[in-house]
Write a protein that binds this ligand. Structure first.
Ligand code: UP5
Ligand code: MG
Length: 208
């Protein structure tokens, strides 16, 4: 019986998303590359809704959900949470928002995430914004962030870098092979990075 209920729910969500047909941009880059910072700027200037997969997972921990402890343990170790958990949260956020333009920040983080998202939602990203930054610079930023994140300690930061190189870069390479990656030098000051971001989001006819 449980299976039937799940199937019905899943179908309901799928059809709702295919009716909505949201426009999605994936915002990817290593830990501390500035994804959240630049998404806030894009929202302000270009009318997107920002969905940080990491923020959604952290909110899920706080809400006391049954998955909370598992998510907390995985984030503390810098491990990638199973695709179905993250995708459910993203779907709920997309369907609960009137806007139809979304920045999905920090997801997909591996091939499993990417393939599951495309097949479950039918959404293909318009493009992928890739913030390219050295580990030295990212480490410096994360160690001075001071927002109380359980994963902002040197031991977990090194694990996050390893997971990024071993699992997440493959996603960027996949979209690069489809000609969808727009790469930004993210090692520069915030304002300079945003200048490069702006050039990507500004419609061609406005770039006089
Ligand atoms: N800063 C930003 N830009 C700067 C600049 N140009 N110059 C100088 N300083 C700059 O920035 C980080 C810090 O640097 C801030 O203090 C900022 O002021 C400064 P931020 O914009 O927060 O960088 P961001 O790339 O968003 O870094 P974040 O730490 O959020 O990236 P992660 O990818 O590590 O974190 P996320 O929240 O996406 O994921 C955390 C964990 O959740 C993962 O490790 C994983 O365990 C789990 N997760 C999943 O399992 N699945 C998912 O789909 C998503 C997350
Ligand atoms: Mg972030």
């Amino acid at each position: 019986m449980g299976t039937v209920v799940n199937a019905a729910n899943k179908e309901g969500t799928e059809s709702a998303l295919s009716i909505k047909k949201p426009k999605v941009v994936f915002v990817l880059g290593g830990p501390g590359s500035g994804k959240g910072t630049q998404c806030a700027n894009i929202v302000e200037h270009f009318g997107y809704t920002h969905l940080s997969a990491g923020d959604l997972l952290r909110a899920e921990i706080k809400s006391g959900s049954e998955n909370g402890t598992m998510i907390q343990n995985m984030i503390s170790e810098g491990i990638i949470v199973p695709a179905e958990v993250t995708i459910k949260l993203l779907e709920k956020a997309i369907l609960g928002t009137k806007n139809d333009k979304f920045l999905i920040d920090g997801f997909p983080r591996n091939e499993e995430n990417r393939a599951a998202f495309e097949s479950l939602t039918g959404i293909v990203p318009e493009f992928v914004l890739f913030f390219d930054c050295s580990e030295e610079e990212m480490e410096k930023r994360l160690l001075s962030r001071n927002q109380g994140r359980v994963d902002d300690n040197i031991e977990t930061i090194r694990k996050r870098f390893k997971v990024f190189v071993e699992s997440s870069l493959a996603v960027i390479e996949y979209y690069d092979s489809k000609g969808k990656v727009k790469k930004i030098d993210a090692g520069k000051p915030v304002e300079e990075v945003f200048e490069a971001v702006k050039a990507i989001f500004t419609p061609v006819e406005d770039k006089a």
